[in-house]
Design a protein around this ligand. Structure first.
Ligand SMILES: Cc1cc2nc3c(=O)[nH]c(=O)nc-3n(C[C@H](O)[C@H](O)[C@H](O)COP(=O)(O)OP(=O)(O)OC[C@H]3O[C@@H](n4cnc5c(N)ncnc54)[C@H](O)[C@@H]3O)c2cc1C
Length: 463
């Protein structure tokens, strides 16, 4: 059985940044990243070649899994904030999180990232924040860096080329079981076993259910009862350009008058594209945008998510989200697209009505349908109310031809009990990134990886 000093399960941004920090400070360590998916050089999704193809539901999803993680084909919006994108500040101070994010950014720049940032602090952005507030919309404060889908991939490839010379990266190696033997962690893959002294779980949302099962087996306590569910909105880019030109991505929060539920804008992609995402066989929507002018579309898209926190006796938010997404897949044979005007009128958008739309969908594989038959009434009311609220600050958001794709779900991974070093109840076993339910963004996932590497380096220095 091959033994490593440190094993990292998952080659997403959290695992990658953790590995980077470890090899940088202690190059003699034997480290292995175990990654279920392909190398960054070989990740190919059939949908990337032709967006009108239906998702083939590959056993390993090239979009979500592989070196670089689920962020590899995203447009790489790195947020510099603790206001959203995770809860690392529940373990370490806001200041410390920001220092880690800035450090991560230096690494990205070293591998080719731009130094340009957008901020909500300019006079114009402050004015936008004021107008939003006057309409009961709350613009969260952040700096954001947009790498662009094509550049993000290049940077991940550069990091891959650097790391592969310094540690082992085992692709197509899904870890299926974790056990403890003689104070070492035994990792079982398909027909092979590995052992390590220190173990880091960095499995992302794709691996979170599996990780939760392992935690239960290892008697690590878990908690989670939250899900964000909604739609992706697509409209002509001019409608939001006064906002996106200034802050790039506006994170706007709103409490609906009808239910007092939190609805938020999320993952805004100026002149971007709507894409499908395969979450454990269920098709949901997402969006991204390129930085290259020639690859941009005429539309802007963003998610509108209703935040749900369930209370006792219900404790299966993952199942709830998947159930609704499955219903949408069943009715729409995949992702559904509907015109806002049709939704408000309570009628289905069909092919004929879609043809009349002045807004051309960027996701051509979506089928015209009726989200009113998919989303619970409470969600529909919340989404409609939020669209009218947004119309007050970006006139045209509530146009008849605003397109709504469904459904978009943001699953929250179950969170293992961790100490403030992100270590579980099992000594030398750490959990980082989105799969541990402590982050929900590239920046904070990366920061959690760097932080954990430093904690392990400190432990090793006392040995
Ligand atoms: C389409 C899309 C666009 C996004 N855009 C943005 C954005 O612009 N800005 C932003 O901040 N965030 C964005 N996000 C979210 C962001 O990508 C995540 O927050 C981030 O990637 C989390 O990093 P991670 O390392 O925790 O997990 P991941 O990136 O999910 O990586 C986890 C890795 O672990 C591997 N794995 C899982 N289980 C196992 C196992 N048992 N054995 C071996 N390997 C395993 C997976 O294959 C995967 O590669 C986006 C997400 C998606 C899907």
């Amino acid at each position: 059985m091959k033994h490593y000093d440190i094993g990292i399960i998952g080659g997403g941004i959290s695992g990658i940044m953790c590995a980077y920090e470890l090899v940088k400070h202690k190059p003699d360590l034997e480290i292995c990243i175990f990654e279920k998916g392909a190398s960054i050089l070989n990740r190919r999704c059939p949908l990337n070649e032709n967006q009108s193809e239906k998702c083939l539901k590959c056993p390993t999803c090239a979009i979500m899994e592989g070196f670089g993680g689920c962020g590899s084909f995203s447009d790489g919006k790195y947020n510099f904030t603790t206001e959203f994108g995770g809860w690392l500040n529940e373990y370490i101070s806001n200041e410390e999180v920001m220092v880690l994010i800035e450090y991560m950014d230096k690494i990205l720049v070293e591998f080719g990232a731009t130094t340009k940032r957008f901020t909500t602090k300019t006079p114009r952005a402050r004015e936008l924040g004021k107008i939003a507030l006057q309409n009961d919309l709350h613009l969260l404060q952040a700096e954001v860096k947009h790498l662009g889908t094509e550049n993000n991939l290049k940077i991940m490839t550069n990091i891959y080329n650097y790391l592969k010379e310094k540690l082992s990266i085992r692709h197509h190696t899904e870890i299926r079981d974790i056990s403890v033997r003689n104070s070492k962690y035994i990792l079982s893959g398909l027909g092979e076993e590995f052992s390590c002294d220190y173990l880091i779980s960095a499995v992302g949302r794709a691996g979170s259910e599996w990780f939760a099962e392992q935690c239960k087996k290892l008697k690590i306590n878990l908690s989670n009862n939250q899900i964000d569910l909604g739609v992706r909105v697509e409209l002509p880019s001019e409608i939001f350009s006064h906002i996106t030109d200034e802050v790039y991505e506006a994170k706007l929060h709103y409490y609906t008058k009808k239910y007092n539920d939190l609805v938020k804008t999320f993952c805004m992609n100026p002149r971007g594209h709507v894409v499908t995402e395969n979450t454990a066989g269920v098709l949901t929507v997402n969006g991204h945008s390129y930085s290259d002018e020639s690859l941009k579309s005429d539309n802007t898209n963003f998610a509108l998510l209703v935040c749900n926190k369930f209370t006792s006796p219900f404790n299966e938010p993952l199942k709830y989200g998947k159930y609704i997404a499955t219903l949408s897949n069943m009715l729409g044979d995949g992702v559904i697209v509907q015109r806002f005007g049709d939704l408000v009128k309570g009628r289905r958008t069909n092919e004929k009505r879609m043809m009349k739309s002045f807004t051309t969908p960027t996701l051509q594989s979506a089928n015209a349908g009726d989200l009113g038959l998919v989303l619970p009434k409470r969600h529909l009311d919340n989404i409609i109310e939020m669209i009218y609220a947004l119309d007050n600050i970006a006139r045209g958001t509530a146009n008849y031809d605003t397109l709504l794709y469904g459904v978009e779900v943001k699953f929250y991974s179950a969170r293992p009990e961790l100490n403030n070093r992100l270590e579980t109840a099992c000594p030398n076993f750490y959990a980082i990134g989105d799969g541990a339910g402590i982050t929900r963004s590239l920046s904070q996932a990366a920061a959690s990886g760097i932080y954990t590497a430093r904690n392990i380096l400190e432990k090793l220095s006392f040995k």
